[in-house]
Every structure is written in C-alpha cells, then in structure tokens.
Design a protein around this ligand. Structure first.
Ligand code: HEC
Ligand code: HEC
Ligand code: HEC
Ligand code: HEC
Ligand code: HEC
Length: 512
C-alpha cells in the first residue's frame, strides 16, 4: 500500500543568507522578502510541485483503499440460504471470521470478562467458574432450582453450545429443545422441521414458526442432534446482501409484542414511528428498524429475559408491558407464571435470566443511540479497511476502540469510571442478596413455628418481588454498567420489599 504521507521536500531555508539585492537608493525602504521575484518564483514552483505530488499520492491512496475495500466483499463462494458453517462464510469474509474465532479467549476483567477452564462432562465445577462458589448466598436464593446446583459465569460465544452440553442443569435435569434457541445456529433446523410439518418454502415465516414450535417441545438431547454450531454468521446476516437481520422466532414475536404495547421506547425510534403511523400489521424489525437499531437488536435476540410457556415450552420474551423489571413482573403476575417453588420458603418464584438488552434499554447509552455493537464489536482498521471486530467480548479488554472513540479520557480513567459504577452496584446487590436470604430464613422459621400458607401469603409475595429484582441485577452481566441508575432503583426496591417481607414473617403469631 502507498505510504499515506508523501515525502515533503525540505522547505526553503528560512533566515539563510540570500543573494545580495541590488543596492537600493539610499533612504528608500527595502522591499519585503516575499515581494522579491527571486524568492517568489522558486517558492511557487516548489509549492506547486509538492501539491501535485500530494494530489497524485492521495489519488493512488484512495484507489488502493477503494480496491481493498471492494476486495472485502469479493465472493469466493456462493452462500446458499441455509449455510450454517462459519468457515464457509469465512472464505468470503476472512477478516470477520478470524476475529469471530477469537471468542475462545478466557481473559478476566474485574467484574466480567471470560473465565472458566473448559469443563468436561462429569468433572467438578472449578471454583473460579462457579457463581455459587463465589457467592454462596445464591445457593440459598435458588434453593430447589437447578441454578442452585450449577451456575457459572458466562464466557465467549465459541463455548455456548458445549457449555450447555456439560452444565449439570442439563445433565441432571430434564430440559426441552427450547434451550437451543439461543445456544446454536438453529434457524435452518427450524425451517427443516417446519418443512417436514408441511409448510412449504414459499411461506418462510410460517415455516420458521412451525419448526420453532416443534423443536421447543422436543427433549433437549434429541433436539441437540439438529445443530452443530454456536451462534454463526447466518444468525445475524443475510447471506446474499450481508445486511444485518434478526432470525430468532422468540425475538420476532417479543419485539412485536413490545411494539404493540404502550411502554415508551425512545431508544427504538422505528418502534415509536410504527406506533405513530397507525400500528399497521406487525412491527417487523427486519423491515422497519434502522441500521443503528439493528446493531443492538441482533444481540437482543438472545441477551434477554425469557421463559418457557408451560406446556408448549415455547421460548417467550415477556415484553408485553415494557422492558423494565417491574413491567416484566406485571406480565408474569397477569399470566400467573412461576419458575419454581422455593424449597425453604415455599414461595412461588421467578428466575431472571441475562436481561442485557432490557437493562441497556434503560441506560444513557441507549438513549444516546449507542448500540451494543459500538462497544462490543467496535471497528478495527485493517490496512485500508474498517472491519467490525467479531471478537465479541468485554469492552474493558478493548477500551481504546470501544470507548475512546467517543470519550477522550485516558484508558485508566475510563476503566476507573466503569469500576466505580460496578463497585457501587455490587455493594447494593450485596445488601439486596443479604435481605433476600433473611426473608427466606424468616419465612422458613415461621413455617417451622407452624404458620399456615394463608398466614405466609403476604410475606411470600414480598419475597417473590424482592428476589426477582435482586436477581434481575445479579443475572445482568454488566454489573450495573448498562444502566447504573436503573440498577440502583431496582435494588433499592428489592431491599425494601425483602425487609418488609421479613418483618411480616417474623411477626406472624402461631401457637409456638
Ligand atoms: C457503552 C458501551 C456498552 C454498550 C452500548 C453495551 N455494553 Fe455490554 N458491557 C459494557 C461494559 C463496560 C461491560 C462490563 C464489562 C466488564 O466488566 O468486563 C459490559 C458487559 C456486558 C456483558 C458481560 C461481558 C463480560 O465479559 O462479562 C454482556 C453479555 C453484554 N455487556 C452485552 C451487551 C448487550 C447485549 C448490549 C446491547 C443490548 C450491550 N452489552 C451494550 C459496555 C457496553
Ligand atoms: C433467550 C435465550 C436463551 C435461552 C432460551 C437459553 N439460554 Fe442459556 N444463555 C443465554 C445467554 C445470553 C447466556 C450468557 C449470559 C449468562 O450466562 O448470563 C447463557 C448462558 C448459559 C450458560 C452458561 C452460564 C451458566 O448459566 O451456567 C449455560 C450453562 C446455559 N446458558 C444453559 C441453558 C439451558 C440449560 C437452557 C434451557 C433451560 C438455556 N440456557 C436457554 C441465552 C439463553
Ligand atoms: C451476533 C451477530 C453477528 C454474528 C454472529 C456475525 N456478525 Fe458480522 N456483523 C455483525 C454486526 C453488528 C456488524 C456491523 C454491521 C453494520 O454496522 O451494519 C457486522 C458486520 C459484518 C460485515 C460487514 C463489514 C464489517 O466488518 O462491518 C461482514 C462482512 C460480516 N459481518 C461478516 C460476518 C461473518 C463472516 C460472520 C461469521 C463468521 C459474522 N459476520 C457473524 C454481527 C454479527
Ligand atoms: C444466538 C444467541 C446469541 C446472540 C445472537 C448473541 N449472543 Fe452473546 N452470548 C450468548 C450465549 C449463550 C453466551 C454464553 C456462552 C457461554 O457462557 O458458554 C454469550 C456470551 C456473550 C459474551 C461473553 C459474556 C461473558 O460474561 O463473558 C458477550 C460479551 C456477549 N455474548 C455479547 C453479545 C453481543 C454484543 C451480541 C450482539 C452483537 C451477542 N452477544 C449476540 C448468546 C448470544
Ligand atoms: C458512540 C459513542 C459512545 C461510545 C462508543 C461510548 N460512549 Fe459512553 N457515553 C456516550 C454518550 C453520548 C453519553 C451520555 C453523556 C453525554 O451525552 O455526554 C455517555 C455517557 C457515559 C458515561 C456516564 C454515564 C452516566 O450514567 O452518567 C460513562 C461512565 C460512559 N459513557 C462510559 C463509557 C464506556 C466505559 C464506554 C466503552 C465501553 C463508552 N462509554 C462508550 C457515548 C459513547
């Protein structure tokens, strides 16, 4: 590639002795240097030579860059619609594929990053990897639920399928095929199953939804045979145009429900527009969303709160009333949904799951139009080409590109700001978890003293609401960063509700 800075000839010596000017008549003022022809002409010639050279260099540089960037979309292989294997896509887009493969990294940050040496089936869980070892309160909090047996820190995309294979939550408990919805490049399998159920290829959406229904209900072990790869190119890109797209059935349904509702979503302008324009048909992100919105929606396909519907096991995103913890809770109350019954307290519980999309939605970055990809997949310049870093990871390992493009502070300062937010969130979360453990103990204690279910109902209601909120922040993977004030608001509620519940349980009058 041409060097970006053309060699510049040395400037005419300033202050060097000049040929003696013709003697001026005594008393006449000397002409200023820049008006003397002997000085001006060589300067003009040098300047025009330099600028001509500059223009030529620039042109050749632009040409090289154009050529290079054209090369990135040069197709080596034609990608048929159902191509799952990222290596196939990698033949056309080697840069993205290279960085995509780097999600195998295992580098920690203070509150995040990747960890966990690979687990083998049957081996005990390593302490660094286990949330339960790091924070033993969680065993009490999830008592009676598979999460009290094995619950680990998340890590890179490369591991999503194999980590699901080895977790004791699947080896020791029966799980449905629904689990694969966010852990594999699964949409071709949905289409296949939809086709087998009689929906032809010219009705693709219906075919996808039918296959989704079929696979969700299958036993996990059986459905596992339908997939081979973790999240892949096909999940976020159209193979022909390479445009971003969303493919996950539960997301398509969920975002449609969110749009239909009334909750304000100023960070999703295309939803607001669809509402203003008379709410025609169903909101379809692939047709309606802006490119900048798509840079978050592709992640919102999986990094969200979800539940499985009772009999159908359909993966469902509970966004009908909005995206905040309280909005989602209202949906669960209205549908009388319960994940499990707490073993010690007997409370019908909710388990929150990685609500990154929901929490980001409440933060200042979403409000300012900053997408998940801006921080987690920032551009990298490779030669002349700007490439999105497909090494999706903690931005704390990439502050330079992830944050410093917008925030002109030194790296250490930016990291410190994040860690202050995360440290404060952790402190509040500690209080909330302590309070949850206390309300659990108080209810269990009242039960032991002979309190009836009727007497315990009020305390249990408070326990359920308190723990839902603590869990919402605990299971959100930015440790408060994505929306620090929202995290604090939710934890404040949690602490209050748990203490009220504790008081209620402790003051129940029984014979004992
Ligand atoms: C303004 C930048 C920014 C935006 C926008 C953003 N994040 Fe983050 N995210 C962060 C930071 C900072 C962390 C904390 C990383 C750490 O502690 O190592 C984080 C953590 C995470 C984690 C846990 C990562 C880990 O290594 O522990 C996940 C998962 C995540 N974000 C997903 C998302 C998703 C999904 C979106 C969009 C819905 C999003 N983020 C939007 C900056 C951002
Ligand atoms: C809505 C999408 C979605 C569904 C459905 C889903 N997961 Fe996940 N799963 C994720 C995301 C996102 C992460 C990473 C964030 C985290 O760990 O909090 C994750 C992380 C995990 C992990 C690693 C961390 C841990 O929790 O130990 C395991 C194991 C796992 N899931 C198992 C399952 C099982 C079993 C099911 C079915 C019961 C399931 N997943 C269903 C999205 C999903
Ligand atoms: C989780 C979603 C996701 C996955 C999986 C994914 N990408 Fe991307 N990709 C993105 C996003 C987001 C962008 C930025 C697009 C934009 O801004 O318009 C992008 C951009 C691209 C571009 C456009 C040029 C660039 O770098 O910005 C290419 C080419 C590309 N990806 C190839 C791939 C390939 C090949 C794979 C599989 C190995 C892949 N992607 C997997 C989300 C994804
Ligand atoms: C198909 C579902 C899916 C999509 C789409 C997806 N993720 Fe993930 N992501 C996961 C799962 C599952 C894990 C956990 C893997 C594990 O722990 O084995 C994960 C892990 C991560 C991690 C590492 C978390 C940690 O704590 O170390 C980050 C960061 C992340 N995802 C960000 C994103 C961003 C940003 C996007 C959009 C560009 C995105 N993800 C799209 C399912 C998905
Ligand atoms: C695309 C631009 C952009 C990127 C990238 C970006 N930010 Fe921001 N950030 C903003 C904007 C806009 C605000 C809102 C304040 C403002 O308008 O100046 C903000 C606000 C913040 C705040 C103040 C938050 C608060 O609650 O008041 C922090 C801290 C922050 N950013 C950290 C980060 C970190 C860390 C990263 C990288 C992981 C990052 N930002 C990436 C644009 C960006």
């Amino acid at each position: 590639m041409a060097d970006a800075s053309p060699p510049v000839p040395p400037p005419p010596p300033v202050g060097a002795p000049l040929p003696a000017p013709p003697a001026a008549p005594a008393g006449a003022p000397r002409r200023p240097l820049w008006k003397r022809p002997l000085v001006v002409f060589p300067l003009v010639i040098v300047a025009s030579a330099v600028s001509t050279a500059g223009v030529l260099m620039l042109l050749s540089n632009i040409y090289t860059r154009k050529w290079e960037s054209r090369e990135t979309v040069f197709r080596v292989v034609d990608l048929p619609p159902g191509t799952v294997d990222p290596a196939e896509w990698g033949k056309n887009y080697p840069r993205q594929y290279d960085s995509y493969k780097r999600t195998v990294d295992v580098i920690r940050t203070r509150h995040g990053g990747n960890e966990a040496p690979p687990l083998k089936r049957g081996e005990p869980v390593g302490p660094e990897a286990s949330k339960l070892e790091i924070d033993p309160r969680l065993r009490v909090i999830y008592s009676g639920y598979p999460f009290s047996v094995d619950y680990r820190e998340a890590r890179g995309h490369a591991y999503m399928l194999s980590d699901q294979d080895v977790t004791r939550r699947t080896t020791e408990f029966k799980q449905p095929g629904a689990c694969l919805h966010c852990h594999a490049a699964i949409t071709p399998a949905y289409h296949q199953k939809g086709r087998e159920a009689g929906i032809p290829d010219d009705r693709p959406r219906e075919q996808l939804m039918k296959g989704f229904e079929v696979v969700c209900k299958m036993p996990l072990a059986e459905a596992r045979g339908l997939v081979a790869h973790p999240v892949s190119c096909i999940d976020c890109h159209d193979p022909q145009s390479m445009q971003l797209r969303v493919t996950r059935p539960a997301f398509l349904v969920g975002i449609g429900e969110l749009a239909k509702g009334e909750a304000p979503v100023p960070h999703l302008p295309s939803v607001e527009r669809w509402r203003l324009e008379g709410r025609r048909g169903t909101y379809d992100p692939n047709a309606d969303a802006t490119r900048q919105e798509m840079r978050s929606l592709v992640c919102g396909q999986c990094h969200v709160e979800y539940y499985f519907q009772k009999d159908t096991k359909l993966v469902t995103y509970p966004w009908h009333n909005g995206l905040r913890a309280d909005d989602i809770e209202r949906y669960y109350e209205a549908t009388a949904f319960t994940d499990w019954t707490h073993k010690d307290a007997g409370t019908p519980m909710l388990k929150a799951q990685h609500p990154e999309f929901e929490m980001w939605s409440q933060g200042i970055h979403a409000r300012s139009g900053v997408s998940c990809a801006d921080c987690h997949m920032p551009y990298v310049r490779e030669g002349a080409v700007k490439v999105s870093d497909h090494h999706v990871r903690s931005p704390m390992l990439n502050v330079n590109r992830a944050c410093q493009t917008c925030h002109r502070y030194p790296e250490e300062e930016i990291k410190a700001r994040v860690e202050v937010i995360q440290g404060r969130t952790r402190e509040l979360l500690d209080r909330a978890e302590d309070a949850c453990v206390d309300v659990i103990r108080a209810i269990a204690d009242a039960k032991a003293r002979g309190a009836t279910d009727e007497q315990l109902a009020e305390a249990r209601k408070l326990h359920r609401a308190a723990q839902w909120r603590a869990d919402f922040v605990q299971s959100e993977n930015s440790r408060g960063f994505h929306a620090s004030q929202e995290a604090a608001r939710v934890l404040g509620q949690s602490i209050d509700l748990a203490r009220q519940g504790q008081l209620k349980a402790a003051t129940i009058k029984t014979g004992k």
